[in-house]
Design a protein. Structure first.
Length: 71
């Protein structure tokens, strides 16, 4: 899983796995990307700072390594 924030658009993309076939806007500015096999592959949140708490990210007992990347 990878979280990408795009400051120029204020968009947050949560990349859950590879592939995307269909996108479904579930509410204004929130889009789910779905794979043909029916699994969720990504979540796109427009104007994320207005919709979610962006000042803190907490991972509780992740099952694998956590990496950070500079912008």
């Amino acid at each position: 899983m990878k979280l990408s924030y795009f400051a120029d658009t204020g968009s947050l993309y949560i990349d859950l796995s590879e592939g995307s076939v269909e996108s479904l806007e579930i509410s204004e500015g929130v889009v789910l990307d779905d794979h043909a096999a029916g699994r969720l592959v990504g979540i796109d949140i427009d104007e994320a700072t207005k919709r979610v708490q962006m000042d803190r990210l907490v991972l509780s007992q992740p099952p694998s390594t956590v990496e950070t990347a500079a912008a």
